[in-house]
Design a protein around this ligand. Structure first.
Ligand code: NAD
Length: 321
């Protein structure tokens, strides 16, 4: 009986689907990230592995699983934890979970945009402070979305949905991507910018949705932060290392930009020193896809990918090599 290892407990029907398909399914008994050696021991003898973005899938991982391994299904759309060369040299299929989390991540991104621009965390603290002010004409003034320019960096599945939400709220949409999307431009009235620099100079809110690649690591760095308007906000729900976090702390401290809202961090689960001391930052601990709907669907799509590959069928959502 093929063995499928699941490196962390997941919501939804994914586990049941794997069991119903006739596999021996072994789920981590711990609701935490497994230590590396613990993980390597745990995956031994697996034919398929349903893993988390916190599990590095490289040569060591593949060797630890052993010769039966045929498929590694990531419980995430981003696959920067995969070493594609290691997977392909062992002829192992890697899969991810696109689309099913797009709405959840876009909604969370918009929640962050609203939270930072309307100063909701500061307001919540003030309301609970024991001495909240009465109505005051200048208490916690924020910024409206309508009429502002929302800049999307990476107009893929999630970026384009955030753009649509911004459009619905009356923002002007500009975007930068390595691929221009004329159809989307027509549909939403979005304007393509030929360089990230142009986008950074014009936008009032910049929302980052690129995958983490060599070409996008520190895409937002000290030099590019200085190109932003001092009144602008940076929002990142993609991957932490896309932003130079130490440079961001400096920019926020010195008024180079107005504020930032972050779901992802360079050294997760930690963040750069000083970030959590700043009032002009909102932080969430990598929960952008954390809805019951998305997380259940992610588990089910990962299960379908494993079932397909172990039954000799093509995977539904393979990672592009
Ligand atoms: P996608 O592949 O549909 O979109 C990514 C877009 O970025 C594409 O349009 C691509 O052309 C563009 N791109 C690639 N390199 C670029 C570059 N150098 N400059 C500009 N654009 C570039 O992916 P998606 O489903 O929209 O997801 C985007 C990313 O969001 C994922 O890779 C993942 O890292 C992140 N994510 C985070 C969470 C979370 O929980 N915070 C959840 C889901 C996804």
């Amino acid at each position: 009986m093929p063995k499928v290892v699941v490196t962390r407990k997941i919501p939804g029907n994914g586990i049941k689907m794997l069991q119903d398909a006739g596999f021996e399914v072994v789920v981590s008994p711990h609701d935490r990230v497994l230590e590396r050696q613990e993980l390597l021991n745990f995956i031994q003898g697996a034919d398929g592995i349903l893993c988390m973005l916190t599990d590095k899938v490289n040569e060591e991982f593949i060797n630890a699983a052993g010769p039966n391994l045929k498929v590694v299904a990531n419980f995430a759309v981003g696959t920067d934890n995969f070493d594609p060369a290691a997977l392909s040299s062992h002829n192992i299929v890697g899969t991810n979970t696109p689309d099913v989390l797009t709405e959840a991540v876009a909604e969370h991104t918009f929640a962050l945009i609203m939270t930072i621009t309307r100063r909701i965390v500061e307001a919540d603290k003030l309301a609970r402070s024991g001495s909240p002010p009465a109505f005051g004409p200048e208490v916690l003034l924020g910024m409206e979305i309508k009429g502002k320019t929302l800049g999307i960096l990476g107009l893929g599945r999630i970026g384009s949905r955030v753009a649509e939400m911004g459009k619905a709220m009356g923002a002007n949409i500009i975007y930068y991507d390595i691929k221009q999307n004329a159809e989307f431009e027509q549909k939403v009235g979005a304007v393509f910018k030929a360089t990230p620099e142009e986008l950074l100079k014009e936008a009032d809110i910049i929302s980052v949705h690129v995958p983490l690649l060599d070409s996008t690591r520190h895409l937002i760095n000290a030099v590019r932060l200085k190109m932003m308007k001092p009144t602008a906000y940076l929002v990142n729900t993609s991957r932490g290392p896309v932003v130079d976090e130490a440079a961001l702390v400096e920019a926020l401290k010195t008024g180079v930009i107005k504020g930032a809202a972050l779901d992802v961090f360079e050294g997760e689960p930690n963040h750069a020193p000083g970030l959590d001391q700043l009032n002009n930052v909102v932080m969430t601990p990598h929960i952008a896809s954390a809805t019951i709907e998305a997380r259940s669907a992610m588990g089910e799509l990962a299960a379908k990918n494993i079932i397909a590959v172990l039954s000799g069928q093509p995977p539904l959502t393979p990672v592009q090599r």
